[in-house]
Ligand binder design. Sequence first.
Ligand SMILES: NC(=O)c1ccc[n+]([C@@H]2O[C@H](COP(=O)([O-])OP(=O)(O)OC[C@H]3O[C@@H](n4cnc5c(N)ncnc54)[C@H](O)[C@@H]3O)[C@@H](O)[C@H]2O)c1
Length: 403
Amino acid sequence: MQNDFPQNQNDSQEKLELKKGLSAALEKKIELLAKLYTEKRISLEEIALVLGLDKKEVNLIFSQKGIIKKKRILVGGGAGFIGSNFIYHLLENYPNYEIVNYDILTYAANIENMSIAEKNPNYKFVQGDIADYEKLEEIAKKGIDAIVNFAAETAVGRSVHGKAADFIHSNVVGTHTLLELVKNYKIQRFIQISTDEVYGTVGLNEDRQFTEDSPFLPNVPYAAAKAGGDMMCRAYFNTYKVPVIVTHCSNNYGSYQHPEKLIPYFIFRAINNQSLPIHGDGLHIRDWIYVRDHCDAVDLILHKGIDGEVYNIGSDNERPTIDIAKIILDLVGRPYSLINHVPDRPGNDRRYSISASKADKDLGWKPMHTFEDAMPKTIQWYQHNIDWVEKIKDKDQDFTNYI
Ligand SMILES: NC(=O)c1ccc[n+]([C@@H]2O[C@H](COP(=O)([O-])OP(=O)(O)OC[C@H]3O[C@@H](n4cnc5c(N)ncnc54)[C@H](O)[C@@H]3O)[C@@H](O)[C@H]2O)c1
């Protein structure tokens, strides 16, 4: 068996020299990679591959060396589902970023999601409306390097059966207010998180995917309000060169999602042996992406995206709603007889089909999680956090009216 301990003093000295040589070579490599990174020619993922490290380790080395500069990032809507996952992603990956979570705390928010983040000195919470310019100015005056905006009214059912005006306020007026702030305070980057729903619908048998050039054809008030905000972003880039990037993502699933949304709703109904209401024939198709893959994509776009560009984000994982119900029932161990067809929702799009080939080609982004792995993990998270779901249900008892 090979002995790794030094056999004599000289041997030990040799190993020390070799180590020194190696670390000098590594330093040289890091220096070269840092130059490419500063010139935006290589991503942290690619550097991690070259160095044989994981991205967090590269972040740590680059942060300590001051290659990744200190930044203050305002995350709009960070107490909601995707925003909270994104804040955890940033805190885990960028030890020298300060995060300001700016959220008005609607029914959809859950500040308890942030209890672990609260312990991190790099994390701050400010309660406020993205349509409140003066409140935003208080933060901007202290300096903001970038805004990533998840804040929006997001429940399609509420936009159909509730107050569409709330959607116009947050998704159009709120986005416009943030654009004004970015323009006036010369904030270097603004990422507006949008949805594939702005592109309208694709037929079940149609051989067509949404690209970044597809026309906006929204069919429900939620999608129309998101499209309105996105159009403002386009106009502010073309008119004022505001450094904005818009992303369109497909349906997310994962931890911390409000139980009014399909996957958590079906999970907690199945756990409680209650029926799973399916709109119409259940053949409506959505592309499902694991939320942490979405966060990875937004991270790449934040650091490597080009101002004025639009990026689609999707997982090539199209599934009819009825299949989602069956997968959940199988994983929770309940019979298919719990499936209950109910009348379809007005304006319900038949199918979303999104191509993320531009994000792949330009940024090297690909989803890392398969539905087969991430879906059981998601179900387990809700099973272990059933109190979290119950508390939201108690706080917001009429949410099932909008499903
Ligand atoms: N969930 C999805 O599947 C999905 C898919 C694609 C795109 N998106 C987009 O991603 C973003 C986040 O979605 P989500 O599912 O996490 O939403 P969510 O409803 O879980 O969270 C939205 C958050 O925004 C906050 N908010 C709402 N209006 C606000 C305002 N005026 N000022 C400040 N905060 C406000 C809420 O309090 C909440 O915390 C949205 O813009 C949505 O359109 C979502």
